[in-house]
Design a protein around this ligand. Structure first.
Ligand code: SF4
Ligand code: SF4
Ligand code: SF4
Length: 362
């Protein structure tokens, strides 16, 4: 631990902390755009500039490690003027379309512009103009809104290990690019979308369906696999319009493509809502082989009582004729732990066999 002073407060902080971490852990606000607590520091946005006694110039709090006896000032007229200048420069080349932007209400840039009262771009000049939009099915990349904070690049590399995107070109032409600037073709985990502080990266599936703050947010568990990531379903008019995951969950907000983008099945009209019972095939129809399905087989809707009675009678019949080990039960990762527990208990205790398995995958 080292002793430091931030804005007149005497603090004891871990020796390897950055000034930004030390301040945040002690409820001292320093604005940032490129910093993300789960990613390595970048120091690119220059908003976290602070004064350190004895240093000739302001330094970035996210990349400067604390030292014994360090005295830090996080807010002064000079520092605030520098931050305002940085914001004005960023906004001088940023589309002013918050009215229709998916990120409105959760955009870090918008929030800082509000805090600093930056209403109009002071510096008119050349603007980036990217006409092409990405043809991938999940992620909208509106790079005119990109502030080149690098969070997406780091998330793709440091969290997902994919390196599908990186900085391309230099200076004013600098841009987040895929290889050869082709359409994004990656794992579509959406970690880049989750960390993007602006509307540059958003989900195509939730476009115009409801921005954060206008939806009902329900914390739940991803239904797809046994990992059980914590997710938040954003619901509007009884339909899930978006999935997010909070950073303070055990999965730290990271999801895979299924958990983040595969939620439409919930409202699909094709979902089965009643049991179906397979009826006998027409006589003379050939079998289709291993699955045992035959031409002409049809399913008819049944009540739960009828379906459960049929299952119970068939289990009893097989058990009496061939013994309990002639039966096997296969459970699903899409069920809860409790449901899977009950299922294996049923197979072992009620049916009388240990033939029970679980796919734990799709
Ligand atoms: S979706 Fe995932 S894999 Fe694809 S660019 Fe974003 S972070 Fe990388
Ligand atoms: S796309 Fe978003 S996360 Fe990536 S550099 Fe631009 S603003 Fe940052
Ligand atoms: S399917 Fe993906 S998001 Fe869902 S629990 Fe498994 S790893 Fe997590």
């Amino acid at each position: 631990m080292v002793r430091i002073n931030i804005d007149g407060k005497e603090l004891q902080v871990p020796a390897q902390s950055t000034i930004l971490e030390a301040a945040k852990n002690n409820d001292i606000f320093i604005p940032t755009l490129c910093h993300h607590p789960k990613l390595t520091p970048f120091g690119g946005c220059r908003l976290c500039l602070v004064e350190v006694k004895g240093f000739l110039k302001p330094v970035t709090a996210c990349t400067t490690t604390v030292g014994e006896g360090m005295e830090v000032v996080t807010s002064s007229p000079e520092i605030e003027e520098l931050r305002r200048l940085v914001l004005e420069l960023i906004l001088s080349d940023h589309p002013n379309d918050c009215m229709v932007c998916e990120k409105t209400g959760s955009c870090a840039l918008q929030e800082l512009a509000y805090m600093y009262g930056v209403r109009e771009a002071e510096y008119a000049g050349e603007r980036r103009n990217y006409e092409t939009r990405d043809g991938n099915p999940f992620i909208e990349r509106d790079l005119e809104k990109c502030i080149l904070c690098g969070r997406c690049v780091k998330a793709c590399d440091e969290i997902q290990g994919v390196e599908a995107i990186d900085f391309g070109y230099r200076g004013f032409r600098a841009k987040i690019c895929t290889s050869y600037e082709e359409d994004l073709d990656c794992e579509f985990c959406g970690q880049c979308v989750a960390v993007c502080p602006t509307g540059a990266l958003t989900g195509k599936l939730w476009k115009l369906k409801g921005r954060p703050g206008t939806t009902k947010e329900i914390d739940t568990v991803c239904p797809y696999c046994g990992i059980g990531c914590n997710i938040t379903a954003h619901v509007k008019k009884n339909e899930i319009v978006r999935i997010t995951s909070a950073e303070d969950t055990w999965n730290e907000g990271w999801l895979c493509v299924k958990g983040r983008f595969g939620y439409q099945f919930v409202s699909s009209p094709d979902r089965l809502v009643r049991p179906l019972i397979r009826t006998a095939p027409k006589s003379g129809m050939p079998s289709l082989g291993r699955k045992g399905i035959k031409w002409g087989e049809v399913f008819r809707e049944a009540s739960w009582e009828e379906a459960l009675d049929l299952i119970a009678s068939r289990i009893r019949e097989i058990k009496e004729t061939h013994g309990a080990d002639a039966l096997a039960g296969l459970s699903s990762a899409r069920c809860t732990n409790e449901e899977n527990y009950v299922f294996q208990k049923f197979m072992r205790a009620a049916v009388g066999t240990n033939n029970v398995d679980h796919c734990a995958r799709l």
